[in-house]
Ligand binder design. Sequence first.
Ligand code: 5AD
Ligand code: SF4
Length: 416
Amino acid sequence: MCLTIPLQIKNISNGRAELSDGRLVGASLISDLKKGDWVLHTGDFLIKKIEAEEAREILELIDSYPGINLDEFPPKFKNILESTAERELSAQEIEYLLGIEDEQLLRAIYSQANTIRKLSIKDHICIHGIIEFSNYCRNNCLYCGLRSDNDIRRYRMSVEEIVDWAVWAAEDKGYKILVLQSGEDEYYDEERLLQIVRGIKSRCRVFIYLSIGDKPMETYAKLKVAGASGVLYRFETSNSELYAKLHPGDNLAERLDNIRKMKALGYIISSGPIIGLPGQTIKDLANDVELMRGLGVFMPSMGPFIPAGGTPLEQAKSGDFELSLKMIAVTRLAMPKARIPVTTAMETIGPADARHLAFMAGANSVMFNLTPEKYRKDYFIYNNKFFDRERRYEKWALFKGELSYKMLEDEIGVKI
Ligand code: 5AD
Ligand code: SF4
């Protein structure tokens, strides 16, 4: 679930290998290794041999824009970019960078974001699997295809089905981080949710993010004790007026308060905005970045708005891919150590190489859809949802054994 940069074996003897970047690692876990082989490694061990062609593909995925000479740019811009490695970006600087449209300057922002990613979290690409276990929702968010007023076919997975599926994802496929997502569905009360989390944790070792919306805080507290480690709970927008318009009957202050309470319970937080909501401004987006930073979000989760059929916003303009890339890059500059996934929404509206472009702009993880095939198309948050190209990543990056857990635990800083 972590994909690392491929290296070649320079020398190998007595169970130790010297790699092309000069490092020495243990090579006892794989047999038949020889000089010239391409391998993936954790800090101290080789974990997988791969074909040269695969190494090339991975390297391409995490390559960077060619070096950019900042001296050619306006001094204000140059100063801001240069200082990102040493200090926090200010609110004004975040807004200034998000407002930039010039293509050359954008390239420079993406390139710097990628450099900062490499400096702060190296070339790890984390792979998350998401299981969407129910599309029932009591809420009526104006943008969402699952809103209660929308007439769609609804499904729910049983407690047993969810547990079995999660165990399959972890044990058979090798996923170590799972997101369990649903609409706000009251069918899953405290008892059922506890059965799900306990059921999974008793049968496999996996990091669980809950993405189930509002439940009593006491329930979240018990779920934490039962073994859930993270919550994916977006604030959607930092503009409280826009928030109130889009979420009938709800308010932003309460949402943020919940995030703080979840954090106090010890949850790792994934949160963020939708990008390109009708009426949202660049200043709002800059505030979104600041809010993620202020809340201590570990995994910024954000993606472009995509109009969903049957919703009040079905005719609204779609969010912009370039603006979403810019949000990734500026978030990386503002929060160097964040784990920034390329979300499904970005891949849905972006070009075929959206994932690659997002990595080159500072993203470092992906979210793969593991929802059972028969339910997938009913999880209709927005139109034309993207799912594809997961198999190769799974082959490269999912591996079993104690080392894979150690790698993740070092990454996240949480015992699994
Ligand atoms: N476009 C983009 N993102 C959406 N979400 C819901 N509807 C849309 C849409 N039309 C996002 C919300 C929610 C997450 C599960 O999906 O941010 O938190
Ligand atoms: Fe329900 Fe979430 Fe969709 Fe809102 S965004 S309608 S809470 S599924």
